[in-house]
Design a protein around this ligand. Structure first.
Ligand SMILES: [Zn+2]
Length: 300
């Protein structure tokens, strides 16, 4: 079921590539044995039959009357991937974009929260830019890390997607560096969140009727809301990632603001409450709208 988030004069629209990706707990969080009695192990978060954590692969459109921003680009179609679930996918991501009625030429900017494969690859197809007219933004530290020997070593797991998915944007002259707290247009601002990767950011989106923090990969699963100290195997700086996560959760619990972590199960957006045994994540139904988002109908 398609859905989107209503912030008044701004709409946040998920472009979902995979709405139920199941992964072994130990692959993401070495040694983790989920407590099946805890809230994060409920069926929405944890597939009991498979014994696996539930993830979503998605990115986001931030739409207003003034501008259209793309936040991240999923794995995309037609490229070889080492992970079987990501290999030669049908182009569901692009189909979801086109279903909004938007044309690629109407995208004003693309921003990458970080340069992991599931956040950048759909921005190009056969080395051609999917949004050729749009500037693509990334924090300089992020590109520098993935271009370094350490980044290259980390990419052995996935294959060198920088070569086929990021360099073409650079070569087209459409990749620009931004500060990790940069303001993007009228409704979005980056929030520094280095740790998961060295130039990782979140994106705060403000509309007339609400604010959402696109929390990217600062947290991947509910188990990290319950246990903020738990970083993933794929976090470049696990300690810093845990500090960022603790800070975001503390702020969210104190302010009642809405977090939208990329890989949380649908609908992914929610508020954080302090429970008796640590934080609890509660999905935010008030901002949620079901059905296909259509840009021109929404504008009218
Ligand atoms: Zn990710």
């Amino acid at each position: 079921m398609a859905h989107w988030f209503d912030l008044g004069d701004v709409a946040v629209v998920p472009l979902v590539e995979d709405d139920r990706l199941l992964i072994e707990p130990g692959e993401f969080f070495p040694g983790l044995e989920p407590d099946l009695g805890d809230w994060y192990a409920q069926e929405q978060w944890f597939d009991r039959a498979a014994g696996k954590l539930v993830f979503v692969i998605q990115s986001f459109l931030v739409c207003s009357a003034d501008e259209v921003l793309v936040v991240d680009a999923c794995v995309g179609a037609g490229k070889d991937r080492q992970r079987a679930e990501f290999d030669q996918l049908p182009d569901r991501w692009m189909q979801q974009f086109l279903a909004t009625g938007l044309r690629p030429s109407e995208v004003d900017a693309v921003v990458f929260t970080h340069l992991h494969t599931d956040h950048v690859r759909a921005a190009t197809a056969q080395r051609e830019l999917v949004f050729p007219d749009a500037p693509h933004f990334v924090v300089e530290e992020e590109l520098r890390y993935w271009s370094s020997a350490a980044g290259g070593a980390a990419m052995r797991r996935t294959g060198d997607y920088l070569a086929d998915s990021v360099r073409p944007i650079e070569e087209a002259g459409q990749l620009s560096f931004v500060a990790p707290d940069a303001v993007l247009g009228k409704h979005a601002q980056l929030v520094p969140a280095a740790g998961h990767t060295p130039g990782n950011v979140c994106v705060r989106v403000r509309g007339s009727a609400g604010t959402v923090l696109l929390a990217g990969d600062t947290m991947h699963h509910g188990v990290q809301v319950r246990h903020p100290e738990l970083s993933t195997r794929y976090c470049v700086e696990p300690g810093a990632a845990a500090e960022v996560r603790s800070r975001l959760l503390e702020e969210a619990a104190a302010s009642g603001s809405v977090l939208l972590p990329t890989h949380f199960p649908a609908p992914s957006a929610g508020r954080v409450r302090r429970g008796q045994a640590g934080y609890v994540f509660e999905f935010a139904d008030d901002l949620l709208r079901t059905g296909q988002f259509r840009y021109r109908e929404w504008l009218a």
